[in-house]
Design a protein around this ligand. Structure first.
Ligand code: EPZ
Length: 411
């Protein structure tokens, strides 16, 4: 799909963010571990979430979607998903719980993507520590719970969000097994997963810190759970408003999850965080240096968008990407619009005070396409973005929300 983005946008308006994609995906995967009905509210209408739901249906779950609510019921599960191509990286989260529930699970490797090869070694080594036999074919991973350890200590070599979540879900239904994850991810979505698991009868403590303890129970019951607002969606719209020196109110925010706003304020951004909203006022930005890092560091999922901000700030900024090995795909597209960016190893130096010019652009990854959409909205003229539909993976009702803050997209 090619989207036309009308330039010279005056960014002004009010929107409400949807449920967090990166909380919904692990929580939907975790419904596999339950044994009674689960109702989830604020399930975002996103293609990645629909993909996860369709994989669960193929495994035999009974799921019904009604707007942003969904009900899940585990029926007779089939552990063999080897024929189901996993278009989303998060599908790996199904492996552990499915193997426990069915005795044997087969899953095709989750896709890599534009931002990196995305290995799953931390996931699989953790499952081995939990007593699983893992066999890795060319296209399919096989997991079989072989023995049932009483006490398990797993140290993650990297605080992987997915590996932390995968092992939390799996360990939560290993009856009488006590598992301690160390050096685990501290993202707000990990806390949200702990809250969901415990709402269904799990015994998980420590999410949000580097050590999580899980005492396995025989089974999880059901739950009625509302998913938190999407902090990366908030950050994307805040950056759009700041780059366009606009005024935007964003609702649906959980203030404790948007720590990156403190950083954006230090650049001269005028951003006020209220009870469940954020107000951005016009402000001139000074150049900045950021290095992406695991939470509570600056999120890698806002790095492409921050690059656009750097193009508009006063002076020369430096951005370092420490999480993914190939997450500067947006640089080439921004250069087509007149950005002046110098590539270093895993850093870029960005010249500020640039005026973007309209161009024909190509979206290759979710957050990169969000970044070039912001730049195109501020460019002189009408730009075209090929593969714009990537945005429907992670930004709910994105065309309508962009329109509400003054950014016109014509599909
Ligand atoms: C989650 O991905 C998010 N996705 C990503 O958001 C986010 O960028 C990432 O965490 C980092 O915050 C979801 O939550 C669905 P990781 P995940 O495991 O879990 C390496 C978006 O745009 N690694 O924390 O896949 C890996 O290669 C997406 O919304 C291993 O080496 O990220 C990467 O370099 C993009 N071995 C680093 O760790 C493993 O077994 C961080 O990956 C696992 C990961």
């Amino acid at each position: 799909m090619i989207a036309k983005v009308i330039g010279n946008s005056k960014i002004y308006g009010e929107i409400e963010v949807g449920g967090a994609k990166n909380a919904a995906l692990p929580i939907v995967a975790a419904t596999l571990a339950t044994s009674r009905k689960v109702i989830l509210e604020r399930v975002p209408n996103l293609s990645d979430v629909k993909e996860m739901i369709s994989m669960l249906e193929k495994a035999g779950m009974n799921i019904s979607l009604n707007g942003n609510s969904a009900s899940f019921f585990v029926k007779n599960l089939d552990g063999n998903l080897s024929e189901v191509s996993s278009k989303i990286r998060a599908s790996i989260l199904l492996l552990g719980p499915l193997a426990l529930k069915t005795g044997h699970a087969f899953l095709s490797y989750p896709g890599g993507c534009a931002i990196g090869k995305r290995p799953v070694d931390l996931h699989l080594n953790g499952l081995r520590k939990l007593g699983f036999k893992i066999s890795m074919g060319d296209k399919v991973i096989e997991a079989t719970p072989i023995h049932h350890p009483k006490d398990v200590q797993i140290y993650l070599d990297f605080p992987s969000v997915g590996a932390t979540e995968h092992l939390m879900i799996t360990a939560s239904i290993m009856n009488e097994t006590t598992t301690v994850l160390s050096n685990c991810a501290r993202e707000p979505e990990v806390i949200e997963l702990q809250d969901f698991l415990n709402s269904a009868g799990a015994k998980v403590i420590g999410a949000g810190t580097t050590k999580i303890k899980i005492v396995g129970v025989p089974r999880l019951s059901g739950s009625h759970f509302k998913i938190m607002g999407d902090r990366i969606e908030v950050g994307t719209y805040v950056i759009a408003a700041m780059a366009g020196e606009g005024e935007v109110t964003i609702k649906g925010v959980k203030p404790s999850t948007v720590n990156f706003l403190n950083f954006l304020c230090k650049l001269g951004g005028d951003v006020k965080v209220g009870e469940h909203f954020v107000i951005v006022k016009p402000s001139r930005l000074s150049a900045f240096n950021i290095s992406t890092a695991p939470y509570p560091g600056f999120p890698t999922d806002l790095q492409p968008q921050a690059t656009v901000l750097a193009c508009k700030a006063n002076g020369i900024s430096k951005i370092t990407e420490n999480i993914f090995e190939n997450r500067f795909g947006h640089v080439r597209e921004l250069e087509k619009m007149g950005a002046k960016i110098e590539r270093l190893e895993n850093s870029i130096k960005v010249k500020g005070s640039r005026q973007f010019k309209a161009a024909r652009l190509l979206g290759k990854d979710l957050r990169e396409t969000a970044a070039i959409t912001i730049a195109a909205a501020l460019a002189d003229g009408v730009s075209e973005i090929e593969n714009f539909e990537i945005m429907f993976r992670g930004y709910e009702n994105v065309i309508e929300k962009l329109d509400r803050i003054g950014i016109k997209i014509v599909m």
